[in-house]
Design a protein around this ligand. Structure first.
Ligand SMILES: [Zn+2]
Length: 330
């Protein structure tokens, strides 16, 4: 989750790399956009406050850049700020928006741009609601509401540092969060889960676009990238927190998961012991467990356990990967 300190860092030290870049000439933009869209997104104008119905629109869905269709915000992060501009607390991905310090009009503000095409979107302020504390104050004209094809999946297959690193690389996966599920106590900590006494498994919650990757494919990838035949154990990691588990969001996911397990059973010498059960609550893990492999590629565990696993996974599922280059540990 991005906080104000991250925004300042991006503005000072450079913005995150987008998944793709769209570059067009002013003439090309002018030909594609309405005069109002052009004025706001390419000439950094601001629409009149309370000029759009989008402020009071809270139906589920996603908001994309009006210039390049890149998804920028999820309706779940939208809130009523009273400002007269659509307001969000968090972008859909950490690299979807670029930040630059704006000193225009005698004010010092943080400008937000589409990180893919450079469209001016609005500004971000550090006075939004918890937990991010951010308020993305957007021009409605710069955004386009799209229907939601987003769905969620939750899997456990041993240490979540590994499973997170794998699912982050798949095309159609917009978010992977490490956390805990399937246990007895509320709001468990990493230390508590590590004792093996809480009943929780280390899991990842995956947000994915069903039009790009199916739930069945995610289950196949999950089963192929850990050992689903060892009880409460993955490699050297032992304990109930490392059990192989699929937490289904509905009856359909439950049925698909069981079907894929049956379909893959013949590929293993031993029976698949993966549990399939309904998801009750997903608890997000502490911040230092999010993006663990990406943030700590040189740590011994990442080098010894995760990197070789990722290499194998990338060979096996080459056609399902995001097309951006991924830095591997040397
Ligand atoms: Zn854009």
């Amino acid at each position: 989750m991005l906080k104000w300190a991250d925004i300042i860092r991006f503005a000072n030290e450079g913005n995150p790399t987008p998944e793709r870049r769209v570059e067009k000439t002013d003439q090309e933009w002018q030909a594609e956009l309405t005069p109002e869209q052009y004025r706001i997104t390419r000439e950094k104008a601001t629409e009149r406050a309370f000029s759009s119905q989008m402020c009071s629109l809270f139906e589920p869905g996603l908001y994309a850049c009006v210039c390049c269709d890149t998804l920028l915000f999820d309706a779940g992060e939208k809130f009523e700020s009273g400002s007269g501009w659509p307001s969000f607390t968090q972008p859909v991905k950490e690299n979807s928006i670029a930040y630059t310090l704006d000193n225009a009009h005698g004010m010092q503000r943080m400008e937000t741009l589409c990180n893919t095409c450079g469209a001016h979107l609005g500004h971000v302020f550090p006075d939004g609601p918890a937990p991010s504390g951010l308020r993305y104050c957007m021009n409605a004209v710069a955004l386009m509401k799209t229907a939601s094809c987003q769905s969620k999946a939750t899997f456990g297959g041993g240490c979540f540092w590994c499973t997170e690193a794998i699912f982050q690389q798949l095309a159609g996966v917009s978010r992977v969060e490490s956390g805990y599920s399937g246990g007895e106590i509320a709001n468990p900590t990493y230390q508590a889960v590590c004792t093996g006494q809480t009943g929780h498994a280390e899991v990842v919650q995956i947000t994915f676009d069903q039009t790009v990757i199916s739930y069945a494919d995610l289950v196949r990838i999950h089963l192929s990238t850990h050992n689903p035949t060892t009880h409460n154990q993955q490699g050297a990691d032992r304990g109930t927190q490392y059990r192989s588990i699929i937490l289904a969001y509905d009856a359909e996911q439950d049925a698909v998961a069981r079907q894929v397990i049956e379909e893959m059973a013949s590929a293993y010498d031993d029976p698949i012991v993966t549990e399939v059960q309904p998801l009750e609550t997903f608890y997000t893990a502490e911040d230092n467990h999010q993006d663990y492999y990406v943030s700590n590629p040189r740590k011994p565990y990442c080098n010894a356990v995760i990197s070789p696993k990722l290499q194998k996974f990338r060979e096996l599922f080459r056609e399902k990967l995001k097309d951006q280059p991924v830095t591997m540990t040397p």
